[in-house]
Design a protein around this ligand. Sequence first.
Ligand code: CO
Length: 370
Amino acid sequence: MQHTERLAQLREAIGAAGLDAIAVIPGPNLVYLTGLHFHLSERATILLVPRHGRCAFVVPALEETKALSLPFDAALFPWPDADGPATAITAAAAILGLGGKRLGVEGRRIRFLELDALARSGFPPRVENGDGVFATLRMAKDEDELDAMRQAVGVAEAAFAATLAFIRPGVTEKEVAAELMVRTLNAGSGELPFQPIIASGPNGANPHAGAGTRMLAAGDVVTIDWGATVDGYASDLTRCVVIAGAEPDPRLVAAYEAVRAANEAGRAAARPGGTGQDVDRAARQAIVDAGLGAYFIHRTGHGLGLEGHEEPDMNEGSLVLLTPGMTFTVEPGVYIPGIGGVRIEDDVVITADGSETLTTLSRELLVVGG
Ligand code: CO
């Protein structure tokens, strides 16, 4: 989609939210809107988009050249290091008439640095959380965005397949993570969306375990959660493997079957007109039916796109209506303290009449390292 079209949509959303303007700082929203990558640093960089009229862009002077390639018209307010940003921010607030107006900000991203500078400008706005404004635009992906996400899934899957031969008794979680990261980058990923989780044996009971110094042992169930990016769009997958040489704990094998059924049920419930709550309830029911409900301790999934976690949530209370193009994960899990855990995570897109699962890897509990 053209960035001028996105700007027009953003202005509509600003109006619909009852705001007068929105402030955007370096990060995924600025990339979405402009296609430009600015560095989030101690130097204030703020794009101000009013409901009507010309945008204003406060940028450090050393970034002015980049700011000149904005895909739409904006008044530039470059500020040199020697002066600091205060004068530039006041001038930008003045031409937008921000004083006392309702300014949406990125609630999960903006810092005291920018909020304080806006409050101290000669024209302090009334600041509100504007996260929902960008979320409404970014949730449903266009064809170009979906193409990037399909590629990000493909890259992650190729890296996983190439890493399997490396996973065997005696290697550590960290060594597996390093191998998987190198393979992911070599398969064509941009910056990784997050560090892989390699959680073996009892470590699997922690859904957000990292990758530690534990050595893999025969019979371990190992949870592997990783992803890739292509053109800034992320994939996010999880698969479990068993280390050959001993039988895995039967409680984890039973949990795995329940989680596989839950993953299937969650994906089947993903359709236009449904909600994230429907997806969560469908997946959760399968785990409750197996008597393991107390061990499924997180939401079923999260939106995926320019960020590894974005809207919409697959969660109790998530009542956003799913529409074609929305992309998210379905990742039920079971975590048994002291024993271990299992999770199966797929990436899904809502289609006109249901959903499509972008991930193609097998969901069998693979035995590796034999
Ligand atoms: Co995830």
